[in-house]
Design a protein around this ligand. Structure first.
Ligand SMILES: [Zn+2]
Length: 342
């Protein structure tokens, strides 16, 4: 019997993805803030594998290869352009090792510095860049490919063409800033154009928190019949015109607006109920957020063996309130003032 692919899983139930790798590995000291390129795949594959394993243990059914910014042009910014092949191949190898038989591995391609919306000549060069990455990732055995974090629809469409040209399932997610893409397309437009061009899954990732991202995903849901994906950032973005990359705390102090596990358990339920098919996270989303989403969806991944059991806490006041709902409500009322009681 043929191995079940991503589309089989999506037909059955909501698929839970993983979270963000780049910023977390920067925190851990293995990716450099600035270029944010993923040469960790060849420099410290064991460290990357550990984070993959943590996401899998938390309930992720798909592990994304760490090939964000692994295009030749972007790797040039950190002096690694000559290692584009090794970096892409190593990323697939590490993800596959961590996935084992328990998770699917998705290749990843993403926005490039070469793309210029008003320069048609750049389109051909971008296509060559994507063709190279897609060929390497396919050869090493990814199950499908996610083209993600695209600001411009036109670049997303080039990525989609490159993925479809090799016959793989394509998931394309846009990274909106404000109400649409800089090249003038609303979320509905993007969903329609990407569907017409053959995308199997379309959606939104990065830039905004779960509330804003879900609102965008719902707009896309209403515009197409293909599967919808939503992979928000793990940072609070209450202003719809201010993605986290424009926040005063970006890029080195984002912890101060990091969202809790409860924000993601709530998101998972709302997204499922809104007909979103693929739920995961992007920058700032860590394994404990993924576990919270898995449990909110009624699942019990391996990591649930260490889910909270506050009845065993040493502080009596905490011990007496061992219902997780209490702590979820308490989080909503809490401020950042150091008050013990709320
Ligand atoms: Zn992101």
């Amino acid at each position: 019997m043929a191995k079940r692919g991503i589309l089989d899983f999506l037909k059955d139930d909501v698929v839970l993805g993983d979270g963000g790798y780049v910023l977390e590995l920067e925190h851990r000291g293995y990716i450099q803030a600035g270029p944010y390129t993923p040469e960790i795949t060849i420099e410290h594959p064991d460290v990357l594998e550990q984070l993959h394993l943590e996401f899998r243990r938390a309930g992720a059914q798909v592990l994304q290869t760490l090939t964000f910014y692994a295009s030749e042009d972007k790797l040039r910014s950190s002096g690694h352009a000559h290692e584009v092949e090794d970096i892409n191949r190593a990323a697939v190898k590490v993800a596959k090792k961590a996935a084992g038989d328990d998770a699917l591995v998705a290749g990843v391609i993403t926005l490039t510095p070469t793309f210029e919306p008003d320069n048609q000549d750049s389109y051909h060069r971008v296509r060559e860049i994507f063709d190279q990455q897609v060929a390497l990732q396919k050869e090493d055995g990814v199950e499908f490919i996610i083209g993600e974090t695209f600001l411009n629809l036109k670049e997303a469409l080039i990525a989609l063409e490159a993925i479809k040209a090799v016959g793989l399932v394509a998931m394309i997610t846009m990274n909106f800033n404000g109400s649409g893409s800089p090249d003038g397309f609303s979320p509905e437009d993007c969903a329609k154009h990407l569907t017409d061009a053959g995308a199997d899954i379309v959606g939104v990732n990065c830039n905004y928190d779960p509330t804003r991202s879900l609102a965008i995903a719902e707009q896309m849901r209403g515009a197409t019949d293909v599967f919808i994906a939503c992979q928000p950032a793990g940072y609070a973005t209450p202003n719809p015109n201010m993605p986290f990359v424009e926040h005063a705390l970006f890029p080195l102090s984002l912890e101060r607006i990091q969202l809790t596990r409860f924000a993601f358990s709530e998101f998972a339920v709302k997204a499922r109920d809104a007909g979103i098919n693929y739920i995961g996270g992007c920058c700032g989303v860590l394994p404990y957020h993924v576990r919270a989403m898995a449990e909110a969806l009624g699942r019990r991944p391996e990591g649930s063996e260490k889910s909270p059991d506050l009845a065993r806490h040493i502080i009596p006041d905490v011990r007496e309130k061992d219902d997780i709902c209490y702590w979820r409500e308490r989080e909503k009322r809490a401020t950042y003032e150091p008050a013990r009681k709320v």
